[in-house]
Design a protein around this ligand. Structure first.
Ligand code: ZN
Length: 452
């Protein structure tokens, strides 16, 4: 198996059990797995391939994105949805999304993944919950396998159309029996529960206002009949979402998910902006995770999630850029910075989150939320997912005494190198797995067709 030596790293952020930060560092990778971590002097001096970073770069574990809707890159900044809150925004966009095709799902997934990878993401979860015009989750899986991102593909679903009291139009919802059947097919066809897996399947009914309690229960039962299948949905995103829950189920969002069996270490919920204290305690006790999406929450005026409180109660928290129509970017480094700033504003406390805590949410936090102990840190036996950032750039000027904090305090947008599963996917700032200009052109053509 081929070896790769990355040497003369100026600062290596391991996120290991001791949170070691190593100067003059090196990494030895064998095939797709990290074999040794230490100083350049301690490690072997050569390997099949050597990347000499010449003391200019910081190296970190690849970042983990825990919530996204890749297809929404096609509908960013749509004028009619620019100034809407959650429900109005959804109702404005549903008819446009009803025109998605297998090709637009494929191309938009690659566009979102490209932006994620260039901003340091090496593992992402995506939540696809509508399948118009013959689209399937397979379209997205093929796209992501080509670009080389480690992927948790969520089989999302909507079954409750407007005539049944749900929010989406009837034309884009599915029958529950079909949803469950397709979920089972996808699990059996694609789910890899092995360590260092590149592809796992999640079951993800879209939200309490677009599926029935029955589908929530049956999805959980199906997921739990296989090893390693996780559950994901949107929860308590804003006040209207809480009002819907109270009016429809006579329960708070926290009580509702408990009633359908959606608490546990195999579950994570997106947003949780309006989660009450009782639910936060229940999430902490049961190990139920949260995907924190601060940019989207500000963009849709949903509010500020009580992340400090969740962390104090041992709730697993990861970051999510959320769909590209409500952020409207897929920049994960920027999301970490926003999470850091938002925590301080929400608590009116400058100690509410440190820069290193924000980086931890973006790495180890995301890994935990996705149920993984093989990514999120750089240590022997972990997957070879890491990024390198050249510090000789304007963003770090004047901050070289603490580049790790500077990664969050200063606005950094792109990485210089990214390796995923030992494969170099970014080389000197350029994607290696597909041609970006062609992708952007194809993507823009499809986006124009959608809104025509
Ligand atoms: Zn979402």
């Amino acid at each position: 198996m081929p070896t790769l030596l990355v040497k003369n790293i100026r600062t290596l952020v391991t996120m290991d059990a001791n949170r070691r930060e190593i100067g003059h560092a090196a990494l030895l990778i064998r095939d797709n797995i990290i074999e040794q971590v230490g100083t350049t002097l301690e490690l072997p001096q050569t390997a099949d391939e050597v990347l000499d970073l010449q003391g200019q770069h910081m190296v970190l574990p690849g970042l983990v994105n825990t919530h996204h809707h890749f297809y929404q890159t096609l509908t960013r900044a749509i004028p009619a949805a620019q100034n809407c809150d959650l429900f109005n925004w959804l109702q404005t966009l549903y008819p446009i999304w009803a025109k998605l095709t297998p090709e637009s799902i494929y191309v938009s997934a690659q566009m979102a993944a490209a932006e994620l990878i260039l901003s340091g993401c090496t593992t992402a979860s995506d939540h696809l919950y509508l399948y118009p015009n013959g689209s399937t989750l397979d379209d997205e899986i093929r796209a992501i396998q080509q670009i080389g991102l480690r992927f948790h593909a969520s089989r999302g679903s909507m079954s409750l159309g407007q005539t049944q009291g749900g929010l989406p139009p009837d034309s884009i919802v599915e029958q529950e029996a079909d949803i469950l059947q397709d979920s089972q097919r996808l699990i059996e066809q694609y789910h890899d529960n092995a360590r260092h897996a590149m592809l796992r399947i999640t079951l993800a009914p879209c939200s309490p206002f677009s599926v029935s309690p029955d589908l929530m229960r049956e999805s959980a039962a199906l997921a739990r009949s296989y090893p390693g299948i996780r559950l994901h949905t949107h929860l308590a995103e804003n006040k209207s979402d809480v009002d819907y829950s109270l009016a429809t189920f006579n329960m708070t969002p926290g009580d509702y998910v408990e009633s359908v069996g959606w608490l546990g270490e195999d579950v994570w919920h997106a947003h949780c902006v309006q989660l009450d204290d009782r639910a936060i305690q229940a999430f902490g006790k049961t190990g139920t995770g949260v995907a924190h999406c601060p940019c989207s929450n500000m963009r849709l005026a949903s509010g500020m999630a009580p992340i400090r409180k969740m962390l104090n109660h041992q709730v697993p928290v990861g970051l999510g850029v959320d769909g590209s129509a409500s952020n409207d970017t897929s920049n994960l480094i920027s999301e970490a910075r926003t999470a850091f700033l938002m925590a301080r504003v929400r608590e009116l406390d400058a100690t509410a989150m440190t820069a290193r805590e924000a980086l931890e949410l973006a790495t180890l936090g995301g890994a935990k939320v996705l149920g993984r102990d093989d990514i999120g840190s750089l240590a022997p036996g972990m997957a070879a997912d890491f990024i390198a950032i050249n510090l000789d750039r304007p963003e770090f000027a004047g901050a070289l005494h603490d580049p790790i904090a500077a990664m969050i305090f200063c606005q950094v947008n792109t990485v210089d190198y990214s390796f995923i599963n030992g494969r170099k996917v970014v080389d000197r700032g350029q994607l290696t797995t597909l041609e970006l200009a062609t992708l952007v052109e194809k993507h823009n053509h499809l986006a124009a067709q959608l809104i025509a």
